[in-house]
Design a binder for this molecule. Structure first.
Ligand code: NAP
Length: 398
């Protein structure tokens, strides 16, 4: 019987065997990748006695064409009500009243964690020598930072007013022709993200957590993020985790929590990837870091993502690439990003075996060199298949 996923009083998701899960197909290549991914998700779920009752909700171009609205209220209500959902890529409307549909959904549901696991799949072409050493999970803060959109344009009355205010109150002199952005980093916003990252490490037996920040320069924002992170470890996780300074780098059987300055971290994830495991960082650093790491393990067609609020239980899992409109409807592009986002979703709702099966089957197809065009052009001796054929190859290997 189709039932809703709910949040239990104990803060744990209650997931029936036949949950209702809303999906947004996505614009452009969404018509290709979503049905392909769904066929794999359904087959893997069935193997473990589960059935997903998918219910389509509209957003993006399809919504606009059918309802005149880019993000209909019904869609927001469905995600609010069903807690968990998945989406393909969406065209960002130009002059649509908000910066991006993805950002709008994240803000409405207060999805404060952007979860970006980055790992290499056997056989995926990579620009680095040892991509197998990359196995990191990035927790990117999703609601604050310079990214929150609080900025004023140079030479406008708003910029003039803000400049005057800052000069009067603090004596800060800012050039007349400067645009100005505001960078809020709160203890609340930082610690709820860091709590999610620490809990993830605890639940999955991950041995290290890094706070990545630029606190040497931005002391009261990024530096405070680091400080609040260590405080949280001491106050809430001291039985299972310990900060570097509190153990001289020897955590015993606890999780080691340390921090890294963002510029150095961007070098070290490349030169010493094995030393990084779970990373929590603020919005802008997280944006750079997750895309740089995704490139290290084979890039855009395969990186999954999820946005979640671990308190309310809401989560929307999504392809991290765009709509790639020039390939739309050609049954050509790689469905792995949305498929592996579905894997994250299965993990989030506790369907770990089904998730593991899909990962193994994708690995097997890629190592057999049965791949879509994007990988085929980088591999010797590959068998190039269509998007739907790749999905069938994965189902065959489940
Ligand atoms: P894009 O759609 O990500 O496409 C850029 C390139 O990435 C493609 O030309 C293709 O490269 C590669 N690519 C994308 N998806 C792929 C897949 N599934 N398999 C293999 N390769 C893939 O970026 P864009 O052209 O800048 O953006 C197009 C639209 O998407 C815009 O409206 C943008 O606002 C929107 N967008 C949406 C999201 C989202 O919904 N999360 C994210 C980013 C952008 P090659 O041609 O080299 O093969």
């Amino acid at each position: 019987m189709a039932e809703k996923i709910t949040m239990g009083a104990d803060g744990v998701l209650q997931v029936p065997d036949e949950p209702i899960i809303p999906f947004i197909e996505g614009d452009g290549t969404g018509v290709d990748i979503w049905p392909a991914a769904r066929s794999v998700l359904d087959a893997a779920a069935a193997k473990h006695g589960h059935t997903v009752h998918w219910t389509e909700v509209l957003a993006g171009e399809k919504a606009y064409n059918e309802t005149g609205d880019w993000l209909p209220q019904e869609t927001v209500e469905s995600f609010t009500d069903h807690l968990i959902g998945i989406k393909g890529p969406l065209t960002t409307p130009i002059g649509g009243g908000f910066r991006s549909l993805n950002v709008a959904l994240r803000q409405i549901l207060d999805l404060y964690v952007c979860l970006r696991p980055v790992r290499w799949f056997q056989g995926v072409p990579s620009p680095v020598k040892q991509p197998e050493l990359v196995d990191m999970v990035i927790f990117r803060e999703n609601t604050e930072d310079i990214y929150a959109g609080m900025e004023v344009e140079a030479m406008t009355p708003e910029a003039l007013k803000l400049r005057e205010l800052l000069e009067d109150a603090f004596g800060w002199r800012i050039r007349e022709d400067a645009g100005i952005g505001i960078k809020p980093i709160s203890k609340t916003g930082s610690q709820r993200l860091q709590r999610a990252a620490l809990q993830y490490a605890v639940d999955r037996g991950r041995p290290r957590v890094h706070w990545v920040h630029k606190g040497n320069i931005m002391k009261f924002t990024e530096g405070a993020f680091q400080k609040w992170g260590y405080e949280l470890v001491r106050e809430e996780f001291s039985d299972v985790a310990v900060g570097w300074d509190d153990c001289d780098g020897d955590p015993g059987d606890r999780i080691l929590v340390q921090d890294a300055i963002a510029d150095i971290a961007l070098q070290q994830v490349l030169t010493r990837p094995a030393e990084f495991d779970v990373i929590a960082t603020m919005n802008l650093n997280g944006d750079y870091l997750s895309d740089a790491l995704a490139a290290q393990v084979g890039g855009i067609g395969i990186a999954p993502g999820g946005n979640a609020n671990y308190v309310t239980g809401h989560g929307i899992f999504e392809a991290t690439h765009g709509t790639a409109p020039r390939y739309a409807g050609q049954d050509k592009v790689n469905p792995s990003s949305v498929l592996l986002s579905g894997v994250l979703m299965f993990e989030h709702i506790g369907w770990q075996e089904a998730a593991d099966d899909i990962v193994r089957a994708v690995e097997s197809a890629v190592s057999d060199k049965v791949v879509t065009y994007d990988f085929a052009r980088l591999m010797d001796g590959a068998t190039e298949v269509k998007c739907s054929e790749f999905a069938s190859a994965v189902v065959d290997r489940l």
